[in-house]
Design a protein around this ligand. Structure first.
Ligand code: ZN
Ligand code: ZN
Length: 409
């Protein structure tokens, strides 16, 4: 204690404060906290009081700055420990909310002393509670990305938690032609339930999102979820091959250590014929942007039907015109209400004819991410150019469409 606290300026300041303010050792020491590392604020306070000859000890409860807060660390720890029961986490952070009156008094003292060494009471509490809980919980404080952020309102003993979402990456296959990727709320009631939607609140009973997340929310005891797919297929399009990448975000999970292999088996066995998931692993928020922006190339299998009889010659013309070329698509009329109306140039990597019979043909199409396949077939009243309808010279439509592969992941 003999070095920097011998500082005449500090001692002079202490002599100025103590006759004016009724401060506990902790609060006195905290005003000069940064002048001496490795000792507690209380120790600094005790030393300064002795050194300046103000020997009358002030109990924290009578301290006009902290009003007893300084000795409540143990009480706050108990409160938090109790509140965190049932939550699974590895790292945490404490954030205290301090009474306005105390902050005001603190600012008054800071400007009165002009001390450049002070530590705020908020900082001290966060630090002391954090250190104590690290030992009691055998878990670490993390400033950047804690699993749980504990916000303690010290005036009312009220705790709120900010829990880091749990992110799970995977790939899904969809085997049905009657299910959207994500929850599709009723346009009349927005999910509340009305006569129009048979009080389901939704247009489709199920979605990939719900089938995947239901069990995971149950196991993690999360409050909500958010499903992020690497693009999406239409409701009536199957997603086959190795599946489509997704990231599922579970909000406010209580349980974080889950067995993804067991989970996968459970989800797959209870949703046979509807969906199948695979490649599950833990992920983070950054991966959402990655899979959303990746622009994966896709292979489709499409069954088309023409108004006129088809033959090999007509289909050869389709594949030679499209293969390796670019098409221009104006935003399809069916989605223009929710997407920017603009022309998009898309590359067709491959167009292979698999079968032709009567008015039906089966094609395999490999296209750039974001190509609208239904419109490539129909032409969408000239909004997609060229189109299969245009090349064949009579109207064609899609009977069945499957995504066979999503490449590049
Ligand atoms: Zn105090
Ligand atoms: Zn409704």
């Amino acid at each position: 204690m003999t070095d920097i606290l011998e500082n005449k300026k500090i001692l002079k300041t202490v002599e100025k404060i103590l006759p004016e303010y009724c401060l506990c050792d902790n609060c006195l020491g905290r005003l000069f906290s940064k002048a001496k590392k490795g000792v507690s604020n209380e120790e600094i306070g005790i030393y300064l009081r002795k050194k300046t000859g103000f020997n009358k000890k002030i109990k924290p409860i009578n301290c006009e700055l902290c009003q007893g807060l300084s000795i409540e660390v143990e009480h706050f720890c108990k409160l938090i420990l109790d509140y965190l029961k049932g939550y699974e986490f590895n790292t945490f952070l404490i954030g205290c909310k301090i009474d306005e009156d105390i902050i005001k008094k603190e600012n008054e003292l800071i400007s009165f002393t002009k001390s450049e060494y002070f530590e705020s009471i908020k900082n001290e509490l966060n630090r002391n509670i954090g250190l104590k809980l690290e030992k009691k919980l055998d878990k670490l404080v993390n400033f950047e990305k804690p699993d749980i952020m504990v916000i303690l309102n010290t005036s009312f003993d009220v705790i709120t938690l900010q829990i880091l979402s749990l992110f799970i990456y995977g790939r899904y296959k969809k085997y049905t032609r009657d299910m959207p990727q994500t929850k599709w709320f009723c346009k009349i009631c927005y999910g509340k339930g009305c006569r129009k939607c048979n009080y389901n609140g939704k247009i489709y009973e199920n979605s990939v999102e719900e089938l995947v997340s239901k069990e995971i929310i149950k196991i993690t005891k999360g409050t909500d979820e958010s499903f992020h797919g690497a693009g999406r297929e239409d409701v009536d399009v199957r997603m086959l091959g190795t599946g489509r990448p997704f990231v599922l975000e579970i909000k406010n999970p209580k349980i974080r250590s889950i067995n993804l292999e067991v989970l996968k088996k459970k989800i797959n066995s209870s949703n046979k014929d509807l969906i199948e998931i695979d490649n599950l692993r833990f992920s983070d928020r950054n991966e959402i942007a990655r899979i959303k922006n990746a622009g994966f190339r896709k292979t489709y299998r499409v069954i088309i039907k023409s108004d006129t009889i088809l033959n090999n010659e007509k289909l050869k013309k389709v594949s030679s015109s499209l293969q390796g070329s670019n098409i221009n698509q104006v935003t399809p009329s069916r989605v223009v209400h929710r997407r920017t109306d603009m022309v998009r140039e898309k590359h067709i990597y491959n167009c292979i004819v698999e079968m032709v019979e009567d008015t039906i043909a089966i094609l395999s199409l490999e296209t750039e991410s974001g190509t609208y396949i239904k419109e490539l077939v129909t032409g969408d009243d000239g909004r997609t150019k060229p189109s299969i309808t245009e090349i064949i010279g009579s109207p064609c439509k899609v009977i069945e469409l499957d995504v066979i592969e999503i490449k590049g992941e």
